[in-house]
Design a protein around this ligand. Structure first.
Ligand code: CUK
Ligand code: CUA
Length: 640
């Protein structure tokens, strides 16, 4: 401790404390930090971080926002899960966001966030993320940090190879981990082979508002489509998907023994298919899926149930789809910033397979095929190979890139990040992770312009890294400084849920556009009121609408009578504050929902169905002023 103080000064007590904790594991084999590491991650009180990092929450269904290099968590953005902290999914305005063709589904498994791009560079407009279980894609505004849209993906199951975007955000693309009967029907499972389909879904993004629409679904052979990435630069117009189970087995229990030596990367020329579809190609198929859009002006979400989807059979578009053989159940599918190299990592192999886009095009033009699968030409492995990285690691999963032609690959089994050189394929450095790393993220590291200063490794297993918290530990992320030739582990921080992938960007990209308040004069909520003077109670049969105002620090009205058991009471709360960071909350006794948080200028609604006669209190849940505790009221409930 003394040593650290002497180097970085006594203001560092917080970091120094943390530092001594990390040292308890002892020795550099446990990744113990050096004193310069503390300086690198230290962001002094009142200072701000250099980068945003958006980590998927996995089974939390949400997205969490962190700062780099401090590892401080700023916000959890609810996406696919109800979130009592803000009332997302509980308020009447946000409930429709979680509608699906299966009904109200207030949970999902969120895996891969991706920030919108222009010319292959991060543009900071939106971040997209997939719901894996009940297939959905969400769009989150990077101005309000709120979920603005969720579209369900029909004919899909295990929406895993999603949600990656093309380099001008023309499309957000969704794959399907499970192939399923399309359309869904009652049929024997063991007739899977040849009958199940893998739908790859191309969803357009309106450039002004971000609105998503399914343009077409490509009904691919019944493999498992695991991960994907768009081409960029020279390969813009293509999309690449790793596949496994190309045997089309309905049970994967013998995945090791029955495994084909090579599965495929599917290379899809989406520009060609887009052209085909624009010229009237494809077949409209009945499909039920929900499309939920949040309107910032009315502060309300609405659901549209869509009825059909345009499907394309690969055979209809010859010359648009090819298979690149890739060894042993590839998982990650990553494309380097130049667009030339496509990396597929066989989970069960030690080497990384790198394919060349130029060689792929040459082989296609020369029609050098090695058979076909369901009419889709298979290219020869040797013809498309750019190189092999003899990594020396085990269980390669995912790769990101820096701006200097280096790639960084995670190895789950050998628990390490390996840095290697694109083109020469030589390994430059390797550092252990603690423990069993999945994805990694370099801000901009899957775009044409990476910001190669830090890499964040997201680890599946935490064990002894933090103070124990019983059998369940939060997952763990680690920050490495990658500004030098060798990587340096500089920080550990706990995450929320299971972060699969993450996306990061420079703080300057978002700071200026981050919204501070919703303007009251732009509030078009049908139950919003312009001023506290408009507050009132209106009865409509059994429904009672309370138009309520919140302002420091009182509710108007605050004594409500005339409510009866059996009524449906709608509290429509408008926050009339116009100061940054002054929300009010609302909670009423016995409400079978959460509290809700109302931001300045916003209107939100919760429904309360009183079951018992009495005089029942409500109060503000967010400490808003010195008189916050005075912000309260009563509802009198009389017999029916
Ligand atoms: S998956 Cu989690 S480690 Cu969903 Cu991207 Cu590979
Ligand atoms: Cu309003 Cu506390």
């Amino acid at each position: 401790m003394k040593h650290i103080k002497s180097i970085i000064g006594i203001t560092l007590s917080g970091a120094a404390l943390l530092f001594s904790g990390c040292n308890q594991g002892g020795g550099s084999s446990n990744g113990a930090l050096t004193s310069s590491a503390a300086e690198k991650v230290y962001v002094a009180p009142g200072e701000q971080d250099e980068y945003y990092a958006f980590l998927s929450g996995g089974y939390s269904g949400n997205l969490t926002v962190y700062g780099l290099p401090s590892g401080r968590m700023f916000k959890e953005i609810p996406v696919f899960s109800q979130f009592p902290t803000s009332g997302y999914g509980y308020s009447e305005e946000t409930k429709p966001m979680l509608n699906t063709s299966y009904g109200f589904v207030p949970w999902d498994d969120a895996h891969h966030p991706d920030i919108s791009q222009t010319n292959g560079e991060l543009d900071g407009r939106w971040i997209f993320i997939n719901g894996n279980n009940t297939p959905r894609i969400a769009r989150v505004s990077l101005s309000t940090f709120e979920t603005e849209e969720i579209i369900e993906v029909p004919n899909s199951a295990g929406n895993h190879s999603s949600s990656f975007i093309t380099e001008n955000t023309e499309y957000v693309v969704a794959g399907t981990r499970f192939s399923v009967p399309v359309p869904q029907r009652d049929m024997p499972i063991n007739e899977y082979k040849g009958n199940f389909k893998g739908a790859l879904t191309f969803i357009t993004v309106d450039q002004e508002h971000g609105h998503m629409d399914i343009k077409f679904q490509l009904l691919m052979p019944g493999f498992n489509y695991d991960l994907s990435h768009p081409g960029r630069g020279k390969s813009h117009g293509w999309f690449f998907f790793t596949t496994y189970n190309t045997e089309e087995a309905s049970t994967l229990q013998e995945v090791n023994s029955s495994q084909n030596d090579k599965d495929f990367i599917a290379a899809i020329n989406w520009k060609k298919i887009e052209e085909y579809v624009n010229n009237g190609g494809g077949t409209k198929m009945p499909a039920n899926y929900a499309h939920n859009v949040y309107d910032e002006s009315t502060h309300m979400a609405t659901t549209t149930m869509e009825k059909e989807v345009l499907t394309v059979n690969p055979a209809e578009v010859p010359g648009a789809i090819f298979f690149l053989p890739t060894p042993k159940s590839p998982h990650g599918c990553d494309v380097d910033p130049s667009g030339e190299y496509i990396i597929g990592n066989g989970k069960l192999s030690a080497d990384l397979t790198v394919h060349s886009f130029d060689r792929m095009i040459a082989a296609i033009e020369g029609e050098k095929f090695d058979g076909e699968a369901y009419g889709i030409p298979i290219l020869k492995f040797e013809d498309v190979l750019a190189g092999t990285v003899k990594s020396g690691g085990l269980g390669p999963l995912h790769t990101e890139f820096d701006a200097d032609g280096n790639a960084y690959t995670t190895f789950f089994i050998s628990s390490e990040v390996v840095k290697w050189k694109l083109g020469s394929w030589e390994v430059i450095d390797r550092k252990p992770t603690f423990y069993s790393v999945g994805h990694l993220m370099i801000p901009g590291g899957n775009s044409r312009k990476p910001f190669g200063k830090y890499v964040v490794a997201m680890n599946k297993i935490t064990k002894d890294r933090y103070l124990p918290t019983g059998p369940e530990m939060e997952h763990s992320a680690q920050i490495y400084d990658i500004s030098g030739e060798k990587m340096e582990l500089i920080y550990d921080f706990p995450t929320h849920g299971e972060p699969h992938y993450a996306a990061g960007c420079p703080a300057d990209l978002l700071r200026e556009n981050s919204k501070k308040i919703y303007r009251l004069d732009e509030n078009n909520h049908p139950y919003g009121i312009k001023s506290p003077a408009d507050a009132r109670v209106e009865r409509d049969g059994r429904d009672v609408h309370i138009y309520m105002s919140t302002i420091r620090s009182h509710f108007t009205p605050d004594n409500i009578e005339g409510i009866k058991v059996g009524d449906r009471v709608y509290f429509h709360m408008t926050n009339h504050e116009q100061d940054f960071d002054v929300p009010h909350g609302f909670a009423v006794i016995g409400a079978n929902t959460s509290e809700i948080l109302i931001m300045p200028g916003q209107t939100k609604t919760i429904v309360w169905e009183p079951k018992q006669v009495g005089v029942w209190p409500f109060y503000c849940t967010d400490f808003c002023s010195a008189l916050h505790q005075e912000m309260q009221g009563y509802v009198r409930v009389s017999p029916a």
